[in-house]
Design a protein around this ligand. Structure first.
Ligand SMILES: [Zn+2]
Length: 239
């Protein structure tokens, strides 16, 4: 039997997902940029800073944070089938999601909650939870793209940064002195759209006009495009 208080907590989280406006892909893209920036702050890359962190660790040692694999929890006991525990961690992950974003939606507590509700045969609540979760994160989740390796490592690694955009060379214009201008064709892997919304600066997102997904940063797109252009020119014997 699932305690009534834990079911109430779950209903509150469901309501939170239903009532909160989902983040857009563009917002998540900018949050990811900020998280990377946070990790790379140059004044943290010094010995003084690391020593200070080590001193503070001694003063305030980090408590062992609880992990679902640690079987016993002071409140929930065995957490494997403790709904309240996973509802709490889903709620915490949602707090993070809305403040700093994350690389992926909170799949771990979601999976546990689904299993526990199925086991308790509460299919009505389970369906409501699944619907709210899927709807809230619908913008975000995309099936991975399995590309055959092209045999060109450079190309594969550049393509890996913007996996959902296909770029091909439409024409090559000889500008003289061994310089070439390339015309490209673009193709969105999800909707087939070919128009891109380009940002003003290199760090900004390249967006599909048709389905509004973020492909990646402008700098990554330009790097891949120029690589593809140069390879095409080489294959035609121009370079
Ligand atoms: Zn698209």
């Amino acid at each position: 039997m699932i305690p009534e208080s834990e079911l109430m907590a779950l209903k509150a989280v469901i309501l939170r997902m239903e009532e909160t406006v989902p983040l857009t892909k563009v917002q998540l893209f900018h949050m990811a940029k900020r998280r990377k920036f946070r990790r790379m702050r140059p004044n943290e890359d010094t010995d003084e800073y690391r020593e200070e962190v080590a001193r503070n660790r001694k003063k305030w040692p980090i408590k062992n944070t609880f992990h679902p694999r640690n079987k016993s929890h002071p409140v929930y006991g065995d957490t494997h089938y403790a709904l309240g525990f996973h509802v709490q961690s889903l709620n915490d992950e949602l707090d993070n999601w809305f403040t700093v974003g994350a690389d992926s939606p909170p799949h771990v507590p979601e999976g546990r909650i689904k299993v526990i509700l199925k086991r308790a045969k509460d299919m009505e609540l389970r369906n409501r939870f699944v619907t709210a979760y899927d709807k809230h994160f619908a913008n975000f989740w995309k099936p991975p793209i399995n590309r055959e390796p092209s045999g060109d490592k450079m190309r594969d690694s550049l393509q890996g940064k913007i996996p959902r955009l296909e770029i091909s060379v439409r024409d090559i214009e000889d500008r003289g002195d061994g310089k070439f201008a390339y015309g490209f064709e673009f193709h969105c892997c999800d909707c087939g759209g070919w128009m891109l919304d380009l940002p003003d600066d290199d760090d900004g997102p390249v967006i599909c006009v048709a389905c509004e997904q973020v492909f990646g940063s402008f700098a990554d797109m330009k790097a891949l495009a120029s690589h593809i252009g140069n390879e095409k020119a080489k294959s035609l014997g121009l370079l």
